[in-house]
Design a protein around this ligand. Structure first.
Ligand SMILES: Cc1cc2nc3c(=O)[nH]c(=O)nc-3n(C[C@H](O)[C@H](O)[C@H](O)COP(=O)(O)O)c2cc1C
Length: 395
């Protein structure tokens, strides 16, 4: 991140999650209600575990916002753990409860459990799993919602939809979709239990999740995240770490359980000849400027040479099946080395709908950072001036 920075802290069953975001200009209007609406979107999704019923996340704004507006100072947020009362002893900072709580000693394959205890020299896997849990992403969604609110003031919209659960796919050729098409898909996703805009496919996905739940195994999936309304030139070709595609891939790979990230056509682009997948440049209509050049296709996913090219930015992410499942996997007890079944704790069967909302948050944070890198200012008014002056100059 170049102009924004953020960090989170907190354990899955701890007192709560804390997050700080620094670099948001002064005078951005934002409310706790706005953040809570985004948090509620993350909590939905067919196939989620019992935790979601306990969690009804609401944010407390601890600093950086006064009378509905940012002050330019770091913004700190807190999300209380509604289940804390049941975990006060197990997660206490006080050593008094140490001997009354059984340690977790059976690492789950696919989790941070085993490498974590070795690296951090721990005898209780809980000291690893509490932080590696994706519960932390609630705070990322909260912080991302501030970035989203910032981008809204420049008519930039970020959305997402789910395209697969296990082997059930929604076939969508994103290279042919314009901004309106993408927003329609997002709206369809927002009213679907799985963020899948096709009702028939959603039913098939739900059926697969029901079967998985019954039989005790978990599922992964894929989702597409997009941004519309972007000006040309966010990101840069001049240095590897300023490329917007690189920054987005880093951010998406930083979401727990995401195992592949594609920009635009992604993997599929390699299977076709160049003539079919390069987005040809057509002259602007009479009286229009270079800024209005639109490509007929968007195989590149809105990024060329690491910079936005004014087409929608498209990122596709692949999530592995949830590592905790009822049908136990082989493991060992870390104290004895004897074979055992891996630990099981209340868990999601499939969390692809939530992952897609988390993807939106990460995209908002990366794009807001790139936007501020280009049009940076201390107040929203200053950023607006810088942005308008660039738009005027290219028009
Ligand atoms: C939204 C979301 C919810 C998740 N829920 C669970 C869960 O309930 N149980 C579980 O074992 N893993 C869950 N995971 C996946 C683990 O957090 C993740 O696989 C683990 O931290 C190991 O990281 P890795 O898969 O990137 O190697 C979830 C991930 C996401 C993004």
């Amino acid at each position: 991140m170049f102009r924004l920075s953020f960090t989170t802290s907190g354990e899955s069953h701890g007192r709560g999650l804390t997050g700080i975001i620094d670099g948001i200009p002064a005078n951005l209007s934002i409310s706790a209600e706005y953040i809570n609406n985004q948090l509620a979107r993350r909590q939905k999704g067919y196939g989620r575990g019992g935790r979601m019923k306990i969690e009804s996340d609401t944010v407390e704004i601890m600093s950086g916002i006064r009378w509905g507006k940012t002050m330019g100072s770091p913004i700190a947020l807190f999300i209380k753990n509604r289940d804390w009362i049941n975990w006060e002893k197990a997660m206490s900072s006080d050593s008094a409860f140490k001997d009354s709580i059984e340690p977790v000693t059976k690492p789950r394959p696919g989790h941070a459990d085993l490498p974590g205890i070795i690296k951090y020299n721990q005898g209780d896997i809980r000291n690893i799993l509490e932080r590696s849990s994706a519960r932390e992403t609630a705070m990322r969604v909260a912080l991302g919602s501030i970035a989203r609110r910032f981008l809204e003031d420049f008519n930039i919209f970020i959305g997402s939809f789910v395209t697969s659960v296990g082997n059930i796919n929604l076939d969508i050729d994103t290279s042919r979709l314009n901004e309106d098409d993408l927003i329609e898909l997002h709206k369809g996703a927002d009213v679907s239990e799985l963020r899948c805009p096709d009702k028939g496919v959603t039913e098939k996905m739900k059926h697969l999740i029901d079967t998985a739940k019954e039989e005790g195994y978990s599922l992964g999936g894929r989702f597409t995240t997009f941004a519309t309304g972007l000006p040309v030139g966010l990101g840069s070709h001049i240095q590897w770490n300023r490329r917007l595609d690189a920054r987005l891939a880093y951010a998406f790979m930083g979401i727990q359980a995401i195992k592949a990230v594609e920009i635009g056509d992604g993997v599929a682009i390699s299977e076709k000849p160049g003539i079919e997948v390069l987005d040809e440049i057509l002259p602007p209509e009479k009286g229009k400027t270079l800024f209005d050049v639109r490509r007929t296709t968007n195989h590149a996913g809105g990024i060329e040479g690491g910079m936005t090219n004014s087409m929608p930015v498209i990122v596709k992410a692949t999530m592995k099946p949830i590592p905790t499942q009822r049908k136990s996997l082989k493991s060992i007890d870390i104290n004895t080395g004897e074979p055992v079944e891996a630990a099981y704790e209340r868990s999601d069967v499939c969390a692809i709908a939530a992952a897609s909302v988390i993807g939106e948050a990460m995209m908002a944070l990366v794009i807001a950072d790139a936007f501020l890198e280009k049009f940076g200012g201390d107040s929203m008014e200053e950023v607006q001036r810088n942005y308008s002056s660039y738009i005027d100059s290219i028009r």
